[in-house]
Design a protein around this ligand. Structure first.
Ligand SMILES: [Zn+2]
Length: 308
């Protein structure tokens, strides 16, 4: 051990129902974590206050010097300005809220805001399942389908922060999407749509987890819903590989609890229709679980402030 004080980074994931916070060593090892409800109906200041209040006891009992904080949040964010641009209706007073500035003031360190799917991918590349890889598509299969791109060793956000938003590209049928579009990947491959597609076929409303269990028990409708989700995901991967020549896809989100079921259903069509490069795309499940977003947010802070 050197005699210098330990450098710490804080990471925050402000989700629709829960907020996760972590305190990391500068190598991104998680030293402490906590989870609190997100007061999404009470406005931006309350949401940020819940996160910084959750961090306070972690900071108090962890020796070291906090050097920066990162926040991952759903919606469209201005990562340079640290502000949420577009938020879902479930968040009150969130769009326009200067998240990074308020967190930075509360903690007394520089703070940075990222879209949550970008933070997920940064987390998995910085310290998770695809550590050190240069060209990766990240996908999160939760309530919706999120996407993010890591190209040439860096996050590729695009001029509007929308690069990699694979959940909302068309060409996957005609079903209406939550965003108002039609035939988007999300209509087949999110947790919510797995439940909805099963209900379309059977008239029975199950959660994605229950559909997965039914598929495991041999229910042909449940199997077909998962087959369609897997085929759609594989097609999205092939399209991405054709455009930006990714080597790897890392998948996270609640639907990956059914990875044993989903993984072969993505892999088979991926192998049947390989990218034009002829090089197969590696398909892996994220390894950080619910730490991926806060650790990725902390990794952004580490990159911005440096570690020395
Ligand atoms: Zn859509």
């Amino acid at each position: 051990m050197s005699g210098t004080e330990r450098t710490l980074f804080a990471g925050v994931d402000i989700g629709g129902t829960t907020t996760q916070v972590v305190l990391c060593h500068r190598d991104l090892t998680v030293l402490e974590r906590a989870e609190v409800p997100t007061p999404a109906a009470e406005g931006g200041r309350a949401m940020v206050g819940a996160a910084t209040d959750a961090l306070a006891p972690l900071l108090a009992r962890t020796p070291g010097r906090l050097a920066g904080a990162g926040i991952g949040a759903a919606g469209v964010v201005d990562a340079a300005e640290g502000r949420v641009l577009v938020a879902s209706d479930s968040f009150r007073g969130w769009a326009g809220f200067p998240v990074a500035a308020v967190v930075g003031d509360a903690l007394g360190v520089p703070a940075f805001l990222d879209n949550d799917v970008n933070a997920f991918l940064r987390g998995e590349v910085s310290g998770g399942a695809v550590r050190g890889e240069a060209d990766v598509l990240g996908m999160t299969l939760g309530t919706g389908v999120g996407g993010a791109l890591w190209v040439g060793g860096t996050l590729f956000e695009g001029p509007h922060g929308a690069a990699g938003e694979i959940g909302h590209i068309p060409g996957f049928g005609e079903l209406p999407c939550t965003c108002g579009g039609r035939g988007h990947l999300e209509t087949l491959a999110s947790g919510r749509s797995v439940g909805a597609r099963y209900a379309d076929r059977t008239g029975r409303r199950l959660t994605a987890r229950e559909v997965a269990t039914a598929a495991g028990d041999g229910d042909p409708d449940a199997r077909e819903v998962f087959r369609a989700a897997g085929a759609a995901l594989a097609r999205a991967v092939v399209m991405t590989a054709g455009l930006v020549d990714i080597t790897t896809v890392v998948v996270g989100g609640g639907l990956t609890r059914a990875w044993h079921l989903l993984e072969p259903l993505v892999r088979a069509p991926l192998e049947a229709e390989p990218p034009v490069s002829g090089r197969p795309v590696r398909l892996v499940r994220g390894s950080l679980g619910s730490d991926a977003i806060p650790v990725g947010a902390a990794a952004r802070a580490r990159r911005e402030v440096g570690t020395e």
